[in-house]
Design a protein around this ligand. Structure first.
Ligand code: KG4
Ligand code: ZN
Length: 364
């Protein structure tokens, strides 16, 4: 008899309020619904996510997202086998909003409550979309995260390296801001970079001179600021070409760093002699063609399969939380009503915590 598990997942750790219903039948996961309500407009005037505003918006929206997710799935609470919720890491007010909603649902229905690490949600997504087998290598690369993890089991991850300051998406967003481009900065910078000369400004490749897979992106942003100011001082302003060259140079530096650090992480991962070597990427920055191409090339050279889940499942969503909840429930990992919301929650407790937190909260 094949196993069927249906979970509701909730996500509210940053600036997306989300609810989803995911079902496992046999060994196949299926997303029955996935509702994501963003908050971009609420934060637009502030140039970044304002935690208090985010928390209040989550409280207002989370019930509505749950209702919509159940309705779209054509299910009621009595059809569920459990409630999974992001319990961290993230902006604590938002995480609390989700955890309190999930506790209320669990207390009212008697359904098991499963607290999920948001990063584990991202890292386990390729099992939902592509049925990956453990162990696989995953690069989380977004506005709030940047780390290489070996996924060994649903509750076991080894961190090979990560950013010690900004996440790459955050650096793209700041670059866009410095050049007067719209937010989110990634797509805007990528579009400008298409016509630019990546070699004109010799931007640094931070931390390539150090062994290992740790990364740093905040210095790149400072280098870009200096280059911009120098051009402005010389010419009195930026031409279209100057801006394109600055974007192309910045993007090439990020792509080079991510490609080289991927190569190093792959070497460590291959030491485990995985039966089906794979590198999976998750996060909004994985949408960048140049960055993706660089990592794909490294995978190809090392004989790894490259997997990128569809973008809607790479960026923040609740289907990944429901799926991670299913994986935990199968292992009997269930929480009580004393589940705690955590601003920081490293996936790999054996590694020292990474320094730095940016606009998108803790990177853990
Ligand atoms: O995963 P995501 O939607 O949200 C979190 O950060 O959790 O990622 C959003 C980030 C933003 O910083 C955005 O600028 C960046 O991903 N991004 C990109 C591109 N598309 C989105 N960065 C570079 N190139 C892109 N095409
Ligand atoms: Zn995320």
């Amino acid at each position: 008899m094949s196993e069927t598990i249906t979970l509701l997942g909730l996500e509210s750790s940053c600036d997306d309020t989300a609810a989803a219903v995911v079902r496992l039948s046999g060994d196949r996961g299926e997303i029955l619904s996935s509702v994501v309500t963003g908050q971009t407009a609420l934060h637009a005037a502030f140039g970044g996510v304002v935690p208090e505003i985010a928390a209040r918006a989550h409280v207002e929206k989370i019930d509505l997202c749950v209702e919509a997710a159940l309705e779209q799935a054509g299910l009621g609470l009595s059809d569920l086998d459990g409630i999974a919720v992001t319990a961290g890491p993230g902006l604590i007010g938002g995480v609390l909003a989700g955890v309190m909603c999930a506790k209320g649902l669990s207390a009212a229905t008697g359904l098991p409550l499963i607290g999920v690490n948001h990063l584990a949600g991202h890292a386990l997504t390729p099992r939902l979309t592509d049925g990956l087998r453990f162990p696989y290598l995953v690069l989380l690369v977004s506005g709030g995260h940047c780390q290489f993890l070996i996924a060994q089991a649903p509750d076991r991850f080894t961190r090979l390296g990560g950013t010690i300051d900004d996440a790459p998406g955050e650096a793209f967003d700041k670059t866009a801001k410095l050049l007067g481009l719209p937010q989110p900065g990634g797509p805007a910078v990528e579009a400008e970079a298409r016509d630019g000369d990546p070699k004109r400004f010799g931007f640094p490749r931070p931390l390539l001179d150090r062994p290992g897979a740790d990364m740093s992106f905040s210095g790149l942003k400072t280098a870009l600021l200096r280059a911009r100011d120098q051009v402005v001082a010389e010419k009195g302003g930026l031409t279209v070409r100057d801006r394109a060259d600055l974007c192309a140079g910045f993007q090439a530096a990020v792509a080079d760093v991510l490609a080289e650090k991927s190569r190093r992480a792959i070497t460590d991962y291959l030491a485990l002699a995985p039966a089906e070597p794979v590198l999976a990427v998750a996060g909004g920055v994985a949408a960048n063609d140049a960055i993706r191409a660089g990592i794909e090339e490294v995978c190809h050279a090392a004989g790894l399969r490259f997997v990128a889940p569809p973008l809607a499942l790479c960026t923040d969503n609740a289907a990944m939380i429901a799926w991670a909840g299913i994986e935990r429930l199968r292992l009997g990992l269930v929480d009580g009503l004393d589940l705690v919301a955590r601003p920081r929650w490293p996936l790999d407790l054996s590694q020292p915590a990474l320094v730095g937190s940016g606009k998108k909260g803790a990177k853990a």
